[in-house]
Design a protein around this ligand. Sequence first.
Ligand code: PDD
Length: 285
Amino acid sequence: MGPIGLVDGRIIDLSEKIVEMEDRGYQFGDGVYEVTRIYNGRPFALRPHIDRLYHSLRGLRIPGVYTFDELAAFHERLIKESGLTSAAVYLQITRGVAPRYHGFPETTVPRLTMSIRPAKTNTELQASGAKAIYVPDERWLRCDIKSINLLGNILAKQAGKEAGAFEAVQVRGRIVTEGSSSNFFLVKDGVLWTHPVNNLILSGITRTLVIEKLAPQLGLPVIEKEFDRSFAFKADEIFLTGTTTEIMPLVLMDGDRVGDGKPGPVTRKLVAAYDELVAQECGSK
Ligand code: PDD
């Protein structure tokens, strides 16, 4: 019992060698992925994750071979066979195997691979607040597609890691877009601000939950509008959102203290409301 994989419907050990030399995911990064959090042995927000998977597949014109029910069943099998209750499921679909040539192959048989691994909650860091830095956003112009080609994101994350930061927040031109693997929110005068959904950010599932469920529940107005670093510098609070990040208060942004240097009251309320939402859907957190 522990981390395992699932390839084309078959459970495998993660050490098993399954990647073919000419898989287009391997050679071109030609594929898409999703990460879904498992709490209490149940997937959280699976439906919106699979909807976004179809958006990404359409964006790359990879046929959407698997139905929601099939993918949900694969998640259930991984949970059951791994015995893991607090975990993250990684799901990847590539355009499949073909002799290396940039254009699409004539016939495409997409390859699905999945894995499940234990995941921890971020309770301690949520209580103290985390540190982030700004980095230039060097990614392509279809950040709405959750592509497995993550070079810009990994270079950003590594820069953050080398600076001792939890996350690297990307800036395109003067505009703050999103973290290397999370969305960025700030709180100013009781209002939440975040970058609008377009081709420059990933439409995060956690971001949408904050905007559509948690903020209305707490009576917090949300403005989805571009802003620059100098606006973010004046924020009362800053937080990140993401499936594995959950809601993470930032207390130090590029060396500057955010607010009074502690997680702020709005972010703390959102963290609590998020935990409640998880408990409602998954039984407990
Ligand atoms: N990352 N923006 C980027 C660039 C991301 O990679 C992610 C998620 C998010 C947050 O989206 P969501 O709330 O749907 O997880 C925003 C995943 C977890 C990852 O790459 O592991």
